[in-house]
Write a protein that binds this ligand. Structure first.
Ligand code: ZN
Ligand code: ZN
Length: 277
């Protein structure tokens, strides 16, 4: 039987959650993508979208899960203390992430977030059974028959991108990163080459990009260029700017599809199944 990957977007925004009627179509939660790889539950980032993701997983027969953090900016970790399975000692939960700047480990970064004056209870107090793994850039993590490889990204303080591979199927999760205009990143291109789904930081448009140089983000047009050059099957425009409301994103979708029919604009609750989409 051919194995499948099921991808669910629980949070597609960058920077800050933006609930409200102007963002009802594309959604307001920050970065969180769940990938069911055969038997394995893999979650990329712990933004505010992790809360509804965890609420649903808590109702399932979840035995284990692996969260891969791209980095520790608050839009990527704010959902972690609200992930219900982390409070269930029967669930084996491991959190992977890059070495935080100025700290020793993933555990150090999350401990400092779940402590005074930011949060009322500590990790050791409420989720002592959760395991943490600090990744080296380029490290490959094997979880059952899934291999998750990592790549360092150009972002203030550093970030890791990931590729989850299950047999011939793969998903690449690439956010947050700043590109160099006019030159495709060859190292990234070889990392994403041939993937079934590229999820890519599309915070800005090419027109907006010069204003935000140094903020560590990319554009939806760069997602299209990488997708075309990397022979990617589907490109998901992701990590939307909170100031880009539904009308703005409808326009992005129209323009992106005109350039590349393999493009989709990610929205909260969107689900894709590979390879049959
Ligand atoms: Zn971000
Ligand atoms: Zn960031």
């Amino acid at each position: 039987m051919q194995r499948k990957m099921r991808v669910k977007f629980w949070g597609v925004r960058g920077s800050l959650p933006c609930p409200g009627t102007d963002h009802a179509v594309y959604g307001g939660n920050t970065s969180c993508v769940e990938v069911q790889c055969g038997e394995q539950t893999i979650i990329f980032d712990a933004g505010s979208g992790l809360r509804p993701c965890g609420d649903l997983l808590a109702k399932s027969a979840l035995k284990s899960a692996n969260i891969f953090l791209s980095h520790y900016h608050h839009d990527h970790i704010m959902g972690f203390p609200f992930f219900k399975p982390a409070y269930n000692r029967e669930v084996s939960l491991r959190v992977h992430g890059p070495k935080p700047q100025g700290m020793g480990s993933v555990n150090d970064a999350l401990k400092s977030y779940l402590s005074d004056p930011f949060f009322p209870v500590g990790i050791d107090q409420v989720m002592p059974h959760v395991q943490f793994k600090t990744l080296d850039p380029s490290e490959i993590t094997t979880i059952g028959d899934v291999a998750v490889s990592s790549i360092s990204l150009n972002h203030p303080g550093g970030a890791l991108g990931y590729r989850a591979q299950l047999g011939p199927l793969s998903v690449c999760y690439i956010t947050d990163l700043e590109h160099s205009p006019g030159e495709l990143n060859e190292r990234l291109l070889s990392f994403i080459r041939g993937t079934d789904l590229l999820i890519y930081d599309s915070t800005y448009t090419d027109d907006e990009f010069p204003t935000y140089c140094g903020w560590g983000h990319s554009t939806w047009q760069e997602a299209v260029r990488l997708g075309n050059a990397g022979d990617v099957r589907h490109v998901a425009i992701f990590h939307h700017d909170p100031y880009h409301d539904d009308r703005f994103m409808d326009n992005v979708e129209k323009q992106a599809k005109a350039l590349c029919s393999r493009c989709i604009v990610a929205r909260d609750g969107m689900e894709l199944t590979l390879p049959s989409m």
